[in-house]
Design a binder for this molecule. Sequence first.
Ligand code: FES
Ligand SMILES: [Fe+2]
Length: 422
Amino acid sequence: MDLINVDSVSDVNELEKLIASRKPGFCLPQPFYTDPGIFDLDLQKVWMRYWLYAGHTSQLPEQDSYFLFRLRAESVVVLRDENGEVRAHANVCTHRGSCILTEPSGRAKNLVCPYHQWVFRRDGSLRAAKLAESAMDPRRSGLVPDPGKAFDASLYGLKSVHCRVLEGFIFLCFAPDPPSFDRLVDIYKPHLEMYKIADTKIAFSKTYRVASNWKLIGENARECYHCGVGHPEYCRVIPGSNLLYSMEPFERLRDKKLEEWAAKGIPTYGVNFEDANDWVYCLRYPYSEGFVTESLDGEQVAPLLGHRQDPDVGVFSIVQYPDFWLDVNPDHLTHFVLRPVSATETDVEMTWLVRKDAVEGKDYEVDKVIAVWRTTGEQDWRLCADNQLGVNSRYYQPGPHTPVEAGPEQFDSWYINELLKP
Ligand code: FES
Ligand SMILES: [Fe+2]
């Protein structure tokens, strides 16, 4: 497949033809999963416009801690400023553009560029530019950006990236005018408050390089057509996930539990994907009888989050396009973060959080905490890589979404919708 260069008019026409060739009710034409030009377009039209999950506040334990968020060409320093507020700055020196911090995480009182040692404060402002103040003195040289004017450090602060924190989760957005974050707060906060997620820590995290376009992984996460055969462990934990069986018993159990939870004052509302404009989804639902969490045997695997006494709150799930999935259990939570690498590769980070004061080996065993989702995730990554192999073939043609694939259908329609936006 030829690379589609969307910068040229003729190729814009080609892109329009390609978009028009996507039949509603069917998965996407091949170039959307394989073409490097389309992949670049995805970055511009989707990834540079949405809120993206960056990390958790427990990754900034000290006043001078930082970590880097990386997505293709972009590197962003996430840190706390002098007032303790979480901030995000482009990791790009305002002198001649060097990357400033190179270690993925660490501590830095100031941000010092390794090239000519310009020093930036944690709020991004330029604190000192070695030699610049005197070297750019108009009496000494004509080789200055604006001869006649003294060097003005206030013009050379680091570029900031929008950054918001919600219940310990740090999100950032590259768009000049991001989508409403307050809407996310309204949706998530009532559900998440009781778990005190800001008081958790990472029990385990692993990044998988999956040989799959990010949209194949997105589609996979939006349906359980494959669960009955593909995820036996998950199906034991979550009723209704094995579509080979009738939904009726699950629906009865769900309705009963929702009533019980509402009576206990636990939020039970969900947010559904209604149409192609929706990019956030959340739902609370029960475990199978005898399960209190997502563990292989259904037993609790870590101390209850938020110092709750009653584990019976079911599982609360979030799906947030384009990059974030979350399952909150009463005793631990698991999240998935996508980072597109190329048209046919995606990094998937899986992270498990437990209460901050829980002691490994005493209060929890990592293997037990991660068992269900490590197994299920690895099954998915394999399915997605196999999916990509078939999609790469000359014999691939977009097949129909079945009635139980309303999820991938909505996801694909949302994606096409994003490409059509100016
Ligand atoms: S490029 Fe950073 S100080 Fe020169
Ligand atoms: Fe799956």
